[in-house]
Design a protein around this ligand. Structure first.
Ligand code: IPM
Ligand code: MG
Length: 356
């Protein structure tokens, strides 16, 4: 089983090191190969997604990804910025289904900014479409406005669009995910304003006919944002487009106390996937050895379950993470009085020890 290891920038390298440590401790014959991506790809080969890195990602059975980005690249032209690495991988490998679970571990209930009764026991799943929407829609750019009140003035524009098959495939993924959980699916749209999302709603409604055992409801994205902080436990599975999913998944992450705890999976139609923590490269704390590696370690567990067909090993990792939390070990992002503050490597070592 070949795993492409793409650490990226900032804390990416530190957290990936811990996840690799944990994978190595499982005693499985993984063939792991690393390549630079993001700012590191730009430094090494002049491009955030170097050809060799893309080739490795295509060959591998699964990809473990750290994080990309640093302020120092913000002035580069868009096609060379680190973010293009992750967008490029999603597109080139047709990783269209993004799973972002938001689970609150009982030990961390005090780490959330929300009241314990609102979040305790939280277990929701956001299924975000990753290949379409305004993220990739053409045309886009800056031009002279062709019409309207500001005709002739410079304007920036992007295009929101979703093709029917694109909506159908993500809807199927979401209904099937709901079937394995609480059997409830909320489709989030903006059908009251946007043509694209009225169409989205109509197609999801049509796909629902094939899943009579699943309860489907529809919610506008503004209301969904409100409900996520008002009564998040009312959700089971949420399915939405690329842009709304980006925003809502950050909000959902914070319900759990720390974005440093949340893994994610981006899958193609054959369950090949890219696995990454939901957080970014956090250049402000890079190199300090204090980043929380658990989201990346849990992403490795998701990889074993979804792409490498090793559910027992995935369970082992997840149980080990629960164990270190129960032992009271906390990186600074989840630290509170009465617990033991540890660094990135110490946390990784503790998970390895807890595997036994
Ligand atoms: C995410 C990130 C990315 C996105 C960025 C880094 C391009 O915010 O994975 O949520 O917008 O999809
Ligand atoms: Mg995001």
């Amino acid at each position: 089983m070949k795993i492409a290891i793409l650490p990226g920038d900032g804390i990416g390298t530190e957290i990936i090191e811990e996840a690799v440590k944990v994978l190595n401790a499982l005693g499985q014959p993984f063939d792991m190969e690393s390549a630079p991506v993001g700012g590191a790809g730009y430094e090494a080969h002049g491009h955030p997604l170097p050809e060799g890195t893309l080739k490795l990602a295509k060959e591998a059975d699964a990809i473990l990804f750290g994080a990309v980005g640093d302020w120092k690249y913000d002035t580069l032209e868009r096609s060379l910025r680190p973010e293009q690495a992750i967008l490029g991988l999603r597109k080139h490998l047709t990783l269209f289904a993004n799973f972002r679970p938001a689970i609150l571990y009982p030990e961390l209930v005090g780490a959330s900014t929300l009241k314990p009764e609102v979040v305790s026991g939280l277990d929701i799943l956001i299924v975000r479409e990753l290949n379409g929407d305004i993220y990739f829609g053409q045309p886009r750019g800056v031009r002279e406005a062709p019409d309207g009140l500001f005709k002739g003035a410079r304007e920036g524009f992007d295009t929101m669009r979703y093709a029917e098959p694109e909506i159908r495939r993500i809807a199927h993924v979401a209904f099937q995910a709901a079937r394995k959980r609480g059997k409830r699916l909320t489709s989030v749209d903006k059908a009251n304003v946007l043509e694209t999302f009225q169409f989205w709603k109509d197609i999801v409604t049509d796909v629902h006919k094939e899943y009579p055992d699943i309860e489907l409801d529809h919610m506008y994205v503004d209301n969904a944002a409100m409900q996520l902080v008002r009564a998040p436990k009312k959700f089971d599975v949420i399915v939405t487009g690329n842009m709304f999913g980006d925003i809502l998944s950050d909000a959902a992450a914070m319900l759990t106390g720390s974005i440093g705890m949340l893994p994610s999976a981006s899958l193609d139609a054959n369950s090949k996937g890219l696995y990454e923590p939901s957080h970014g490269s956090a250049p402000d704390i890079a190199g300090k050895g204090i980043a929380n590696p658990l989201a990346t370690i849990l992403s490795a567990a998701m990889m074993l379950r979804f792409s490498l067909n090793l559910p027992a090993e995935a369970d082992r990792i997840e149980n080990a993470v629960k164990k270190v939390l129960a032992q009271g070990l906390r990186t600074p992002d989840i630290h509170e009085a009465g617990t033991t503050k540890v660094g990135t490597a110490e946390m990784g070592d503790a998970v390895v020890k807890a595997l036994a």
